[in-house]
Design a protein around this ligand. Structure first.
Ligand code: ADP
Ligand code: MG
Length: 238
């Protein structure tokens, strides 16, 4: 579970092709980072995979099945939003369990999944608090917990750490990397931050104006950049 294949995926808004045509294979269990400058199409590509945007043409396959026209809820993927997307009036437990409640899951099974996610994220002692009573890092973990309980085939992150301060960003990076090692589930992580890409990724996809400039491991990109854009982008932290 968790293999995602994009075949000539195109997204146009009006007559502007934001994603002219992308081919990409993401293997089961990989940690893949989409990196590139602001406006290059990272979020759009992630939203196409999530089903939050419809493709203009091309095909998206998830675990061998055509998912191109499936609604988001049927793709088996979970998007992790920034922590400010939590419900302030609900407890941590209710925030984490919210997607399961929406899906009408049996309460006992939901309890089990919430407890498991809380254990993995070190939130067991905070389940009765509200988001406003948590630290920034804990709030981000609650947002991740909401994805974990769905047991998705892949996690999709869109710059989840960009509203955190620098020190917290570094520790959360480490936590997400550890979470990947624990769950071994496919993760697609969008960032404009080269350091985040280089430290977290198994595989980096460098995007520029909606096109893939290069796909490779951090070491491959560092030692054998395909062109000047990749060399400049990977070589110069923001
Ligand atoms: P990134 O996440 O890399 O910063 P985006 O995927 O958000 O980039 O945007 C890529 C390009 O697509 C930008 O030029 C943006 O203005 C355009 N775009 C994104 N969403 C829409 C939309 N709904 N309508 C029109 N243009 C859009
Ligand atoms: Mg974006």
């Amino acid at each position: 579970m968790g293999k995602i294949v994009l075949n000539r995926v195109n997204k146009s808004f009006g007559d502007v092709a934001v994603i002219p045509g992308i081919d990409l294979e993401i293997e089961n269990g990989e940690f893949v980072v989409f990196v590139g400058p602001s406006g290059c199409g990272k979020s759009t590509l992630l939203r196409l995979i999530a089903g939050l945007e419809d493709t203009s043409s091309g095909r998206i396959e998830i675990d061998g099945k055509d998912a191109t026209t499936l609604p988001p809820a049927k793709r088996g993927l979970a998007m992790v939003f920034q922590s400010y997307a939590l419900y302030p009036h609900m407890s941590v437990k209710k925030n984490i369990g919210f997607p399961l409640k929406m899906a009408g899951m049996d309460a006992a099974e939901a309890e089990k999944r919430i407890a498991n996610a809380a254990r993995i994220l070190n939130l067991t002692n905070y389940l009765d608090r509200r988001p406003g009573q948590l630290s920034g890092g804990q709030r981000q973990r609650v947002a991740i917990g909401r994805a974990i309980v769905r047991e998705p085939a892949a996690f999709l992150f869109d710059e989840p750490l960009s509203n955190l301060d620098a020190a917290l960003r570094v520790s959360m990076r480490q936590e997400i990397t550890e979470l990947h090692q624990t769950l071994k589930t496919t993760m697609i992580y969008v960032t404009h931050d080269q350091v985040e890409a280089m430290t977290m990724a198994d595989k980096i996809v460098v995007l520029n104006a909606g096109n893939i400039e290069q796909v490779g491991s951090p070491l491959e990109l560092y030692h054998r950049p395909a062109n000047l854009f990749v060399a400049g982008f990977i070589g110069s932290p923001k």
